[in-house]
Design a protein around this ligand. Sequence first.
Ligand SMILES: [Zn+2]
Length: 243
Amino acid sequence: MDAARKPPDWRDTKVGTKVRAAAWLATVVGEGNMFSRKQLHEAFPDVANIDRRLRDLRGDYGWDIKVFRGAPEGADMQLVKIGDPVWDPARTRRSRPLVSAAERMWILERDGFRCTSCGISAGESHLDSGDPAQLYVRHVVPISEGGKAGVENMVTLCNSCNAGVRALGDSAARLAKVSRYVCDLPARQQTILLAWMAKGERSPSPVERAWAMYRHLSPELQKIVRQKLADEVERTADAETEV
Ligand SMILES: [Zn+2]
């Protein structure tokens, strides 16, 4: 953060709420320190969507903010790492992924509305923290490192994989546990898993992809698709009895 401009006063209501939230975290909380959702809400009583601003910082600007679910009130969050200095437009505009809403949707659909790293879909709980997952669209090779702009260089990642947060635990114990688990899988699932390992990402099965797509429809459209499928299933059953 040395070369960056200093954060503004977080109480300055003339700057945007995202910048104010970032300034509060950087100057009041400080990198590495614990804070609480309650403190955040007390600092910004007039900002209704302050939680969303935190999500934006985590998702779009590389701020590593850990949430400890079920932790005692007063210390349920940690500012692990300060990300992009969002108060300095010259330093953040470039690193922001340029993707339209339509492109974002295209990428999410291509990836089956799942994290391409761990396979979680939006709203499912993370195994380690229990927090609901959020999906982000990210560059595979960052633009700053020569990555191309455009959807081919973009991929869906959950907040956990995006932040590179690793589950705590002894690596030898984890190795033994995971090894045992994968070796105990049925043969067919082992073949699928091996293919995912080779590819470095989890490809959703056709039925999972269909389910994820269905979940992202409005309730009215879900009803239409459900009826269509019910008719289709019935027709197939009829055809089978005729044979
Ligand atoms: Zn993930």
